[in-house]
Design a protein around this ligand. Structure first.
Ligand SMILES: [Fe+2]
Length: 183
């Protein structure tokens, strides 16, 4: 599967522009994590890119979400490792996260939301001037972007990251595609 094919499939299955941006942001963080950890950047990036492809198809039914996504990814030629990471990123299925890829996707997913929210409360609503320290502050403010699971982000420890380092990596990764994210 090429990145172009993955993007085509996303465009065919997802209308919500913010959801597509969320998947692009997750891809960027997953690529950065793969580079940092000496993993397969393409595999990790495409896993991040595709992970919510079924969100609209499943109409928010969390009992189906990510099962269908994993099947769609497999049909597109994703490896079993990629499909598994997509499948278990939805905790509802109770499938344990086993590999580094599983664990990376799980903690990268909510980090995009925290960083996006932190950018949107800035006067310019841009990522460019945002610094990791401010994101860290927002992380501690429980009422800020309350839907973002701090606990889930903190599981970056399972892939060997300190929280500060993880936030920094995520922020730089998203800043690298700021134009695509419209931030
Ligand atoms: Fe997601």
């Amino acid at each position: 599967m090429t990145r172009e094919e993955a993007l085509e499939s996303i465009k065919a299955n997802v209308e919500n522009k913010n959801l597509i941006k969320h998947m692009l942001a997750t891809e960027a963080i997953m690529r950065a994590l793969a580079r940092h950890l000496g993993q397969d950047e393409e595999e990790w990036g495409l896993t991040g890119l595709l992970h919510d492809i079924d969100m609209e198809l499943t109409e928010g039914d969390m009992n189906i979400h990510s099962k269908l996504g994993a099947d769609l990814a497999r049909e597109m030629g994703a490896s079993e490792a990629m499909a598994h990471a997509i499948l278990c990123h939805n905790e509802k299925h109770g499938i344990p996260r086993e590999t580094m890829l599983d664990k990376a996707l799980f903690c990268a997913d909510p980090l995009t939301g925290l960083i996006t929210s932190a950018a949107l409360v800035r006067p310019d609503k841009k990522l460019a001037g945002l610094v990791a320290k401010s994101v860290r502050k927002k992380f501690k403010e429980k009422s800020f972007a309350a839907g973002v699971s701090r606990e889930q982000i903190s599981l970056c420890s399972e892939i060997g990251f300190e929280l500060d380092e993880f936030i920094e990596l995520g922020l730089v990764a998203m800043q690298g595609i700021a134009a695509e994210l419209g931030l």
